[in-house]
Design a protein around this ligand. Structure first.
Ligand SMILES: Nc1ncnc2c1ncn2[C@@H]1O[C@H](COP(=O)(O)OP(=O)(O)OP(=O)(O)O)[C@@H](O)[C@H]1O
Length: 526
């Protein structure tokens, strides 16, 4: 992890400058502690208006620095008689009771869905999608599109993240792979943007790969079916030649590199962006991305931009960064942090050598090839080598890595999704975010470079509650790192031999050993 403390430096929200407002905010918190400003589930008016009020207050703070009034409904009233005082006391006590009841109910709901939150005054989780209508006046088209897509009830991350983003709060969230994080940020952004109001980019979603950016764009379009939203994927073409001053775009989805290019070379204006989402945020803070991210984030000159971070793995360093740099951030963790999805059956296989791996793979294919299967290797070279090997067998195989032209990468993904390809060999370019609905099995032909890479790779299967399988080959050189993977396995309920669990945990930065080339072992037909 790079030292990324300079990140978000472009956001003009500094505590010194707004010290007075922070003082007032404290005052507000005290009043809230008395239970005067907490929303109640089912109160259609309150939460939408609270959200709007919240952003208006931030506006006043951020833009004019003017006085902020009305923190307490009781401050402005001036009870004179004893009866009035008693009435006020009674009101206070019943409001307090209601607030406690609500908090209790929120906790029950969170416990039921494994949601853990911290931060001040976290909005109540959703009980159902219908609540989006009753509590937040969500437009019917969105709920219709949910139904069309078969989304009957919100997933745990959606239950909590949607109300938090709707209330204008910044947050960072960690939830398992395939648990619906995309909808968790797209839905509230669509609800808040009210399409077609302004001619400016108002939301930006950043993610580490083009394939993932394309997938998020598609998901956004599906959700806005029947409405005039302008959702744009930052393609190479767009980044190079678009006239951004004329481009109609409500939500822009991009990789950091392309966005940086468009800002530098094409004068892309991000001053009116209201929402910034960093998907796969821990990856975006790694070496190779962090400088682009820093540059891009500085381009968001709107002091009211609401930032949110999502990932299935969230190292403490990224959490610390988010906590210090975001404004009054909420933390949302679903299940246990940095664990694999519970629906994936995970297995370790000792393959002995490179030759042993190929034999083991062919054996799996012979005994139980249940396509589609995704195979991960460590490098582009090895992806090409394995492709040559498997092309000799009578199975439909393809390969994806970052040295392929964009169209070929796209075809590889599309053919795999469509079932035209049974086996896809991939480098870690396909490890994050990609949603292959029916993927049955992930094979880690090469041991993953880190526990988080392991979690993301195997998370391409077992999505949206479905079952999946993950097989990880290891050789002698991987043994010191076995324990780290074994921990992930036991955390999600898989069995691991006791000798592995008694090994010391290796200090692990990136494990990318030099491996012998992938050579053909003896074949059945020889
Ligand atoms: N409420 C829902 N009910 C049923 N399916 C859903 C719901 N929300 C999302 N999905 C589906 O779940 C799948 C996974 O969603 P998504 O790709 O957003 O997961 P993710 O949490 O972002 O995963 P990753 O960490 O791997 O990026 C998708 O196929 C999506 O259509």
């Amino acid at each position: 992890m790079e030292d990324a403390s300079f990140l978000f430096a472009g956001i003009k929200f500094d505590r010194k400058k707004f010290a007075k407002d922070f003082e007032r905010f404290k005052e507000k918190k005290e009043n809230k502690d008395l239970g005067l400003e907490v929303s109640i589930v089912g109160n259609a008016k309150s939460e939408q208006e609270e959200g709007d009020k919240c952003s208006k207050k931030r506006k006043r703070k951020g833009v004019t620095g003017g006085s902020v009034e009305g923190f307490s409904v009781f401050k402005s009233s001036n009870p004179t008689s004893e009866i009035e005082q008693n009435d006020v006391a009674e009101d206070k006590s019943s409001e307090k009771k209601e607030v406690f009841r609500q908090l209790e109910w929120d906790n029950i709901l969170r416990k039921k869905y494994g949601i853990h939150v911290s931060g001040s005054h976290v909005p109540s989780p959703l009980q159902s999608f219908d609540e989006l209508k009753t509590r937040y006046k969500c437009k019917s088209y969105l709920l219709r599109n949910f139904a069309e897509l078969g989304y009957v009830e919100p997933t745990p991350i959606q239950r909590q993240a949607i109300p938090v983003l709707l209330s204008g709060r910044e947050f960072f969230a960690c939830a398992p792979t395939g648990s619906g994080k995309t909808l968790a940020f797209v839905c509230p952004i669509l609800m808040k943007l009210k399409h077609g109001l302004k001619n400016a980019i108002r939301a930006v979603v950043l993610c580490p790969t083009r394939e993932l950016a394309a997938q998020i764009t598609r998901e956004c379009k599906k959700l806005t079916e029947g409405k005039n939203f302008y959702i744009k994927l930052m393609t190479k073409e767009l980044a190079r030649s678009a006239d951004f001053s004329k481009l109609r775009c409500d939500i822009l989805v991009s990789t950091p590199l392309r966005l940086e290019f468009a800002i530098r070379k094409r004068k892309l204006d991000l001053s009116r962006v209201e929402f910034l989402v960093l998907d796969e945020s821990d990856k975006l803070f790694e070496l190779g991305f962090v400088e682009q991210i820093d540059f891009v984030v500085k381009a968001y000159s709107n002091p009211l931009v609401v930032r949110s971070l999502f990932s299935a793995t969230l190292p403490d360093t990224v959490e610390d960064l988010a906590r210090t740099l975001m404004h009054d951030a909420v933390r949302i963790i679903v299940g246990r942090k940095n664990t694999a999805s519970q629906t994936i059956k995970q297995k370790l296989v000792f393959a002995g050598s490179e030759e042993g791996k190929l034999i083991a793979l062919r054996q799996i294919f012979a005994e139980s090839l249940d396509p589609p299967v995704l195979i991960f290797v460590q490098s582009i070279e090895r992806a090409k080598e394995l492709y040559k090997e498997l092309a000799l067998i009578d199975i439909r195989v393809d390969v994806i890595h970052s040295h392929l032209p964009e169209a070929q990468r796209e075809n590889a993904i599309n053919d795999f999704r469509a079932g035209k390809t049974w086996v896809l060999i991939a480098t870690d370019v396909a490890a994050r975010g990609l949603d292959f609905k029916g993927l049955n099995c992930v094979i880690n032909y090469d041991f993953p470079e880190s526990a988080s890479t392991y979690i993301h790779r195997i998370g391409r299967s077992g999505r949206a509650g479905r079952e999946g399988e993950a097989i990880t080959f290891y050789t002698e050189e991987d043994i010191p790192y076995l324990r780290n993977i074994a921990n992930v396995m036991t955390e999600s309920g898989c069995e691991v031999p006791s000798w592995i669990m008694s090994m010391p945990k290796a200090k692990w930065k990136k494990h990318n050993p030099k491996r012998d080339s992938i050579t053909a072992g003896p074949r059945d037909d020889e």
